[in-house]
Ligand binder design. Structure first.
Ligand code: PHE
Length: 489
């Protein structure tokens, strides 16, 4: 294969249509982040105010950044590493910008390693639902079933392996082949099923309390770590900050409107997350479960909800099959940038690199898989900071509550690496690229709208992410003091 590319024939081919891109990008965005992560993180962070900050992050940081990533991808036409390199050259910048592409590769690597473990749980749940393992259970039993699965090392490793194999096979075959059809079918189906669950929750669950929990903000409970979690969740859920969307942008035909497709993807992703929250919390409250139930929330609540209805067993199978597909369409987008880069670099067949890289990710994933059973004591943070914590001294923010490797990888990528990647992408597009090039790609007719986007990307986003970071690591008060401004923040 030829490694050089012209505008009309990118190395890796193009999507067949605008719809294909929207579907693929939605497939990447909608996944475990919306259905598994959003509800439990919203629960852990106290609901309403967190959700509001999340939405603010999605629309003020996520949407403009999604446009930035897509425009970089389309103009670069290659894997994120190479697109950075090509666009930096075009704008007279140094090749060190490529490092951001490499950081994206590393980020995708780590995310996929634990993502696959959770994807595996969804598969295990399909099997359990098929054998009717959830009929007539109460809250305690639902929790015990999940506990039994997570505690079973061999089972968790088996399902994690199966999930990785499927992801590798799809990426090796070339992402575009099956993706369009799969997403077109499964995302709407998942959406309908969630809506059905919301309606059922309104009848059988404590809907009122769920709505008020999710949408009544109480800012007195908000801390900087809640804000960091909200921003991290927005990046994770929208697949931003590591080049997944940039990669898909590379396959986008020239004449498609980037603002339009971005808005479509952002709105669909957000709707799915909110609806998932509305589907789950009525049952959480109705059954007296804990809203801060943590990683198990969906896996406990949904079986519980369905176990009470006639035909629930079938619906439960459908639900976890759809969740599994949503996870797979996201997982491919986590692997694709790395594989595309290796194909460009090594000039070799897709299948070899997909298998090699996939195997390495699988290996790293074992650490997450085991952190629920054999390795749950051997946690990084607890190991390093146990004495400090026991003596009642402060431990680093990251280690606060992060008591296993799974959680550590999750926090590291969502709250640090993805926002950092987003910050760098914003700086590149806003400061380095020529204004006329970004204008040409976005083709926004109204000047004020383009300006709004531009100033968001150039100033507001880097500033906001920077501020949240500085605050989270406790440096902001210190800096303010340095400038004699203490007490003003
Ligand atoms: N957005 C995906 C989800 O919500 C996860 C993901 C994160 C995919 C980052 C790609 C990049 O499940």
């Amino acid at each position: 294969m030829n490694n050089t590319t012209t505008d009309s024939t990118p190395v890796h081919g193009l999507w067949s249509s605008k719809l294909a891109f929207v579907l693929a990008a939605t497939g990447s965005a909608v996944g475990l982040g919306n259905i598994w992560k959003f509800p439990y993180v919203a629960g852990e962070n106290g609901g309403g105010a967190f959700v509001l900050i999340y939405l603010l992050c999605v629309f003020s940081i996520g949407l403009p950044l999604m446009m930035a990533e897509i425009l970089m991808g389309r103009r670069g036409g290659l894997s994120p590493v190479r697109s950075f390199s090509k666009l930096a050259r075009e704008a007279g910048g140094g090749q060190w910008w490529r490092l951001i592409g490499f950081m994206g590769i590393l980020t995708g690597f780590i995310i996929l390693s634990f993502y696959s473990v959770v994807g595996g749980w969804a598969m295990a749940y399909v099997k359990m639902a098929l054998s009717n393992g959830f009929s007539d259970i109460d809250g305690e039993q639902a929790g015990a079933l999940l506990g039994a699965l997570l505690g079973d090392r061999d089972a968790v490793v088996f399902w994690h392996s199966l999930f990785m194999v499927i992801t590798i096979v799809i990426v090796a075959a070339g992402v575009k082949a099956g993706l369009e059809r799969a997403v077109k079918l499964f995302i709407p189906a998942l959406f309908m099923l969630l809506i059905g669950l919301v309606i059922y929750g309104a009848i059988a669950g404590d809907f009122e309390r769920a709505v008020s929990f999710l949408f009544t903000p109480d800012f007195s409970k908000i801390t900087i770590s809640n804000v960091l979690n909200a921003m991290g969740l927005a990046f994770f859920s929208l697949s931003l900050g590591m080049g997944a969307i940039m990669m898909y942008g590379a396959y986008l035909p020239k004449n498609t409107s980037i603002p339009f497709v971005s808005l479509t993807v952002v709105i669909s992703d957000t709707l799915v997350a909110l609806i998932a929250g509305l589907a789950i919390f009525p049952f959480v409250f109705a059954h007296g479960l804990d809203a801060g139930e943590s990683v198990g929330l969906v896996f406990v609540t949904v079986p519980l909800a369905f176990s009470q209805v006639t035909g629930g067993a079938v619906l439960l199978v459908v639900f976890f099959v759809l969740l599994m597909f949503a996870a797979i369409t996201s997982a491919i987008s986590l692997l694709e940038p790395t594989v595309a880069w290796a194909v460009e670099k090594l000039n070799t067949r897709r299948i070899y690199v997909a298998v090699a890289i996939g195997l390495a990710i699988w290996g790293l994933g074992l650490l997450s898989a085991l952190s629920f059973n054999s390795m749950n004591e051997a946690s990084l943070c607890a190991g390093f900071f146990a004495e400090q914590a026991a003596a009642g001294k402060a431990v680093p923010e990251m280690c606060d509550g992060a008591n296993d490797l799974f959680d550590f990888f999750d926090k590291l990528t969502s709250n640090v690496m993805l926002p950092l990647g987003g910050l760098m992408i914003a700086l590149f597009v806003g400061m380095r690229m020529y204004w006329r090039h970004t204008r040409e790609e976005l083709a926004i007719k109204r000047v004020w709208l383009f300006r709004l986007w531009f100033y968001m990307v150039r100033y507001v986003i880097p500033f906001a992410i920077g501020l949240i970071f500085l605050n989270a690591i406790g440096l902001l008060p210190w800096i303010l003091e340095l400038f004699g401004l203490a007490g003003t923040a």
